[in-house]
Design a protein. Structure first.
Length: 293
């Protein structure tokens, strides 16, 4: 499986007129036991078998603190969406696969009212701080996925079935330098340390139907985040998802994006600039170490 949340498809007629289809044999259900069937099923869960067809994931959830010796506190609600598309990639040795590209936003909300907030009062210190909403661009596969792996082994689907229901799980441990922490990572706990855990569910008939280009998926995402800074030791984001498109259900999120677009874009640009600065600094340090040897 892969990182994904609940979603629906956004069909664009002008785009579909020029797209390429990554499809099963007409009239024949996908065989999840084969590398080709497993790859296509994975693509239908992630996006669409039609090249460049936009697919929208939409999710809602809550964020809780975890501090030793005290009950968990609900800090925020949140809602977000991820827009992605896939393209077919053909390799003469590894077969016909695909690659996915996407980007996403997430907005934090007041835990009581559900209103999107731009300022938050820390319940431990009483300090009011500005809220930095999430704008991740890009959120892409590292490379294409093929029926045959780089090691020559056939792709094996992790999808499990029971009757007409399928499910899959994904656990993603994360540990890397936080570019927002600047030059004082070791002093402020700048390492980003988290774990993302996803459970996906759906119907086998829908997933393996050769006439469907994208599967109907429900998901349960959870993320835990460890922080060195007191008083919160960890925070957990728990979301629930249902399959929808860009509809009235996401109206609040869409209306929030427009007035905040410049700031979110600036945040994303700032993160990118910090990443570039950190990578440049790391390269310089490596060169200096090599020269000193």
């Amino acid at each position: 499986m892969g990182i994904s949340l609940a979603r629906g498809t956004a069909l664009v007629a002008a785009l579909l007129a020029s797209t390429v289809s990554f499809a099963a044999t007409p009239g024949k259900a996908l065989d999840l036991a084969t590398p080709e069937g497993g790859i296509e099923a994975f693509r239908k869960v992630q996006c669409s078998t039609v090249d460049k067809q936009p697919v929208v994931y939409y999710w809602v959830g809550e964020t809780f603190s975890r501090v030793a010796g005290e009950p968990d506190r609900k800090l925020f609600r949140f809602q977000g969406m991820n827009v992605r598309q896939c393209v077919t990639v053909t390799d003469p040795v590894r077969g016909v696969g695909f690659r996915q590209v996407s980007r996403e936003v997430l907005y934090y909300e007041d835990p009581a009212t559900g209103q999107i907030i731009d300022e938050w009062k820390n319940p431990w210190t009483g300090e009011s701080v500005k809220v930095l909403h999430i704008a991740n661009d890009p959120v892409n596969f590292r490379g294409p996925i093929f029926p045959k792996g780089a090691d020559g082994k056939p792709y094996q689907s992790e999808i499990q079935t029971m009757g007409d229901q399928w499910w899959g799980t994904t656990t993603v441990p994360l540990f890397y330098r936080n570019p927002l922490a600047g030059d004082y990572q070791d002093y402020v706990g700048g390492t980003y340390h988290a774990t993302e855990m996803f459970n996906f569910f759906g119907g086998v008939a829908n997933l393996t139907n050769p006439k469907t280009t994208s599967a109907s998926v429900s998901a349960r995402p959870v993320r835990t985040l460890a922080k060195r800074s007191a008083p919160a030791a960890t925070a957990g984001m728990s979301g629930s998802a249902c399959a929808i498109g860009i509809s009235a259900s996401a109206a609040a999120l869409r209306s929030a994006i427009s007035p905040r677009r410049s700031r979110v874009t600036a945040c994303a640009s700032g993160r990118a600039a910090l990443w570039r600065a950190w990578l440049t600094r790391s390269a310089s340090l490596r060169q200096a170490r090599s020269a000193s040897r």
